[in-house]
Ligand binder design. Structure first.
Ligand code: NAP
Length: 251
């Protein structure tokens, strides 16, 4: 049975880059997506063309039944060793004074509850006390967790703050179960997420003001995720790694 890596939101951006590196590291990769089946199929085809194994699985991480089905699909591929909790969304720029309950519920359901429920399913399978053989969970937070994103998206930033706390807490909870739990905090990365939040020119506008004078690439984040998920990082459980080009590195 091959070792399996699930990448939520693996069809595009940081998730797709992680899926490619995961396949290169020898995992059978579950490329999860919610609506863009063509993008997920393209990632799978590219992995298979390179001799790797992958499967595209549609599941909304904002829906519990979808998450359960996602992990059952992964079970059919092999033994789950790595979960990358990458799927996440931003809403339009808005002040807190204008945020609706619906917006807040959606942001937290997808970014936070989805990550919790995916981790729940992963721990059930990986925990040595439950017959598992251990594994790694890597959460994708954001530099926004430290910056707060005032004047832009405080809801998104707060959801990523929750991911940071979740990472530390779960790492301690399952430390005796052979499961490592870590996170990356990306800075400004060149992906579609900015356009999805109504800011297609955000990367171009901010690049000159960043310490490295450029945004990061999805591959630069994926490399950190793969390392945190690897056997080289076994004593790093609980760590949250800034991958932000020196943006927002102070607590
Ligand atoms: P992206 O390019 O917008 O891609 C988002 C991915 O998530 C897509 O594969 C999308 O699937 C999937 N997705 C969205 N909602 C989902 C849902 N409800 N269920 C399952 N999958 C869902 O995003 P990205 O920039 O790579 O971001 C990935 C992660 O990094 C997010 O957690 C984000 O908050 C975090 N991050 C990004 C940046 C940045 O600057 N880009 C910075 C810090 C943190 P479809 O293709 O089907 O739509």
């Amino acid at each position: 049975m091959p070792n399996v890596m699930i990448v939520t939101g693996g069809s595009r951006g940081i998730g797709a880059a992680t899926a490619f590196l995961g396949a290169r590291a020898g995992y059978a990769v579950v490329v999860n997506y919610v609506s863009n089946g063509a993008a997920a199929d393209k990632v799978v085809a590219e992995i298979e063309a390179g001799g790797g194994r992958a499967a595209a699985v549609k599941a909304d991480v904002g829906v519990e039944a979808d998450i359960v089905a996602l992990f059952e699909a992964a079970d059919r591929l092999g033994t789950l060793k790595v979960l990358v909790n990458n799927a996440g969304i931003v809403d339009a720029v808005a002040p807190v004074a204008e945020m609706t309950a619906e917006r807040l519920e959606r942001t937290f359901r997808i970014n936070v509850t989805g990550s919790f429920l995916c981790a729940r399913e992963a721990v059930k399978r990986m925990a040595t006390s439950r017959g598992g053989s251990g594994g790694a969970i890597v959460n994708v937070s954001s530099a926004a967790a430290k910056l707060g994103a005032g004047g832009s998206r405080v809801d998104y930033a707060a959801s990523k703050g929750a991911i940071d706390t979740f990472t530390v807490g779960l790492a301690r909870e399952v430390a005796g179960e052979g499961i490592s739990v870590t996170a990356v905090r990306p800075g400004i990365i060149e992906t579609d997420i900015h356009a999805s939040g109504g800011e297609p020119t955000r990367v171009a506008e901010l690049s000159a003001s960043l310490p490295l004078k450029r945004a990061g690439t999805p591959e630069e984040v994926a490399q950190a995720i793969l390392w945190l998920a690897s056997d080289e990082a076994t004593y790093s459980t609980g760590a949250i790694l800034d991958v932000s080009g020196a943006r927002a590195i102070l607590p």
